[in-house]
Write a protein that binds this ligand. Sequence first.
Ligand SMILES: [Zn+2]
Length: 665
Amino acid sequence: MTANPFFAPSALPYHLPPFEEIAEEHYLPAFERGMAEQLAEVAAISGNPEPPTFDNTIAALERSGRILDRVSTVFFNQVSSDSTPGTREIQKEITPRLAKHSDTIKLDPALFRRIKELHAVRETLADDEAWLLDRYHTDFVRAGAELDDQDKQRLMGLNDELSRLATEFEQNLLADTSAATIVVDDPARLDGVSVEGAAETAKARGLDGKYAISLILPTGQPALSGLTDRELRERLHKAATGRGGTANAGIVTRMARLRAERALLLGYAHHADYVVADQTAPEPQAVTDMLAKLVPAAVANANAEAEALRAEAGFDLEPWDWAFYAEKVRNARFNLDTARMRPYFELDRVLRDGVFYAAGKLYGLTFTDRPDLRGYHPDVRVFEVFEEDGTPLGLFLGDYYARESKRGGAWMNSLVKQSDLLGEKPVVVNNLNIVKPPPGEPALLTFSEVNTMFHEFGHALHALFSDVRFPRVSGTAVPRDFVEYPSQVNEMWAVWPEILANYARHYETGEPMPREMVDRMLEAERFNQGYATVEYLAAALLDWAWHTEGGAAEVSDWESFENHALSQAGLDHPLIPPRYRSTYFAHIWSSGYSAGYYSYIWSEVLDADTVEWFKENGGLRRANGDRFRRELLSKGGSIDPMSAFHTFRGRVPDIAPLLTRRGLS
Ligand SMILES: [Zn+2]
């Protein structure tokens, strides 16, 4: 084997990982050496005979684990964006070992003693040092560092069972979703959806000559808006909402109970209390109040929408009819023809004349192609980012196309985190799942994909503009209920007239998108908001209920708990099921969003209020971009995020703009 490329820092510009030299067999040895190296570094810190100082303890921890950091970053990026059977095997093996590695450090009593001693004199430190020290202290306490040995053992037992149950939940859901695939013999029944696609889906499952519709994760299934066969719609809806009902029933109640027990052990009233203690929401009651405040108007909107759909259908609807009649009303009302819109949204044009153009106007950034630098896949494009005065800022990688080896959705990853301590500039990547066109043909997007490009680039800006000393607080290392805020704000530029006019041009003729098409598109964006808000709130409320009262011993039946929680909140709408029901709500049982699904709307309050600020101050102006960058984006997690917001906005957030946007006021 040649030298392991993870053992030394990358020699490439910006320390871009040397992807061409990295092979699968490098990962495990690098993880192993990386963990061993960091444990040795930590042992040297905790065994240091000198009294603790910021530098010999906290900064030393920040400097530790370089190999592990390099390999983890590249590896977890690869398993998301371009996985192989080999990397999936490595992931299974390495994930529990990494969790144990982290516990070993956080539950090291000698190390925690140093952090605690230092914490007692934190007012003697510089502001950013005191903030970081506080971060470490909190991380360690929340991981159980203050418990006695017996409780530490109990905590590790709870963590172990919880992680096992989460994996079980995930695997049951995967199996159940696959088993719930709708299979039909007669293609005539598929009127309204792609028969070819259904034949392909069946074939991939070994059902040659049949037709199949597979399920996506949320309750709402795309085929429901097209299928004219009502009985088939009913079957699809019931298959989607029934997932996990048997296999995950016991897991859900058990996990809620274990999480409640863990919260008590750590000194919190319940799991939501534990989670919120480390978020921007001041206390659980603030989340409860916020959700409750939105319900009546959202339900009223949804009821008005239901009336319009009923009028269109001419009979009383069932839940499986909503999407079908919504599509009919939408098409009639806005006369939208997505096929005619796509030629105005060509990928390269949206990126350069939209996303990059907006960043130029707001922040003075320029972007240069760097075809000499390679990504981890031939489709990845590398750009160097410069300040207005030519100062290099970092690298931006765009990985826009879908492929078999990539997971669904869209996201941003940091490949190198900005920090002065380690002398690093940022390297970030945006991932989307746009269908790759045949060679020589343009990639023409939907407006929703355009919006996603702007959204993900908002996360990229948060990382690129990071201007902090320490890696722990770099870029997007902010609370979960804050992290979507900058990315949601960046979506505003996708529809800003000057930006839209600059990128929405026909890919062949260069003609701007016709004005009335733009207007109809923007109007259609606001359609069906009542439904969308109610299904979201119902899911957020369920998450909340499970993690406040759901851990009580007397909760034994998930379904009656769910029904009761929804009806208590006024969200038991007969036509609108929650976006996820409890038994397939992967976000909260297996994906780290427990007591955190509220975050989306919580961040949207800040987003809508910030959009107002930009509008009040002349919109697309350098001075506005500079202020947002200086007070907010550049800070990362190095100061209290809500005080950063306060400095930027000049006051506490106002919920009114969000209510207006969603038609709730
Ligand atoms: Zn996002």
